[in-house]
Design a protein around this ligand. Structure first.
Ligand SMILES: CSC[C@H]1O[C@H](OP(=O)(O)O)[C@H](O)[C@@H]1O
Length: 368
């Protein structure tokens, strides 16, 4: 999307035709830095260290990581080494395994001499496909925002609550949860977004707010615990969040705190939608409780980084030394709390039969 009037994707092939460029999301919102990724190891580090994050972007980065790996070693063991290096980075977003399986299956069918160029071509396609899919999510999600707008007074903004960052920075472009928001904004529908700051990494405060601000979308950053109050007072027309993995039965795994928002939405009759591209559906997992939940470092909770009044970027400790910390990265929202799944093939009921009917080429009959 736009940054100071210039269009960017979150990741792209360098002008040298082989390195990979990505916006360093660890530096936002204070600094806009483009990182150059030149090896498979660097791609793995970028995913693990959240230079890039967000399920679809993790998948695209892994695809480019495999291509970088093929520059160094096009043998079968070279494919294995790149795969194992990348799959070990983060456990929850299924897009990582989807991209690596897609790449490695294709590469193993080719002669080693063909693998480098084919890997780059497929990685570029995966990135482009993500943009196309998210544009489809935008179109299907737009209808939901239009329906909400029809219930408002003329000129009154539709209030959407979102959690974490499922924006264009979490994908290659458009985002998933934000895709309908951007399309509604660009279509002239008055819209306002409640942005959950999303502790501890503050993807909402640092990334979603940054994105929306640069695209001119009205928004308000709120502490994570505010959403329930807003819903009780009729200040949220619908919630749209992203996801890192949807189980075959429609259970949704997403950033920690999503489940609590879904409970509040259910209790207050607020529609709760989850936007996702089909690679985020894991038909191999029957239900959400089987999805591995990443636990990240205590440091993400004990420290905060920000800009001082005189412009320096500083990190400070906010938890007493010696206090134990638990840092669960995700939680699972049961399908019964999900109003609908916004996919590139339409808005689906959150259940196994609807998912299997929409994506018959991927469904496994035993899992719904
Ligand atoms: C469009 S998927 C975005 C999804 O990924 C985020 O997690 P993380 O920032 O840790 O990669 C969060 O769960 C978002 O909803």
């Amino acid at each position: 999307m736009k940054v100071d009037g210039k269009h960017y994707r979150s990741i792209w092939l360098g002008s040298d035709g082989w390195s990979v460029c990505a916006i360093d999301q660890r530096r936002l919102p204070h600094e806009f830095v483009v990182a150059k990724i030149t090896t498979c190891e660097e791609a793995a580090d970028a995913i693990r260290g959240m230079l890039v994050r967000g399920a679809p972007l993790i998948g695209a980065t892994a695809a480019f990581g495999m291509a970088l790996g093929m520059r160094d070693d096009r043998s079968d063991p070279g494919i294995d080494r790149a795969y194992e290096m990348l799959i070990a980075t983060r456990p929850t977003a299924i897009n990582l395994k989807w991209a690596l399986d897609t790449m490695s299956t294709m590469l193993r069918r080719l002669a080693p001499s063909e693998r480098r160029d084919a890997a780059y071509a497929r990685a570029v396609d995966i990135a482009g496909e993500d943009v196309t899919i998210n544009r489809g999510i935008a179109s299907h999600g737009l209808a939901l925002i239009e329906a909400a707008a029809a219930r408002k007074k003329p000129g009154e903004a539709v209030n959407v609550l979102t959690h974490c960052n499922a924006g264009w920075l979490a994908t290659v472009d458009w985002g998933t949860a934000t895709a309908p928001i951007y399309l509604a904004h660009d279509s002239g529908i008055p819209i306002h977004v409640w942005v959950d700051e999303t502790r501890p990494r503050n993807q909402g405060a640092s990334l979603t707010a940054w994105e929306l601000g640069h695209h001119g979308v009205a928004h308000t950053v709120i502490p994570d615990n505010t959403g329930g109050h807003l819903m009780q007072h009729g200040m949220v027309d619908l919630a749209i969040v992203g996801t890192d993995r949807v189980a075959a039965n429609g259970d949704v795994c997403n950033k920690i705190g999503t489940y609590l928002k879904a409970l509040a939405a259910h209790d207050n009759g607020v529609p709760f939608y989850v936007a996702l591209p089909s690679p985020t559906i894991d038909f191999a997992v029957a239900e959400g409780r089987q999805i591995p939940i990443e636990q990240r470092s205590a440091q993400e909770v004990t420290e905060m980084t920000g800009r001082t009044s005189d412009g320096r970027i500083e990190t400070v400790r906010i938890v007493p030394p010696g206090s134990p910390v638990a840092n669960y990265g995700f939680d699972v929202t049961p399908a019964r709390l999900v109003t609908g799944l916004i996919t590139e093939r339409g808005v689906l009921q959150a259940d196994g039969a609807a998912l299997a009917a929409a994506f018959p080429e991927r469904a496994r009959p035993t899992n719904y």
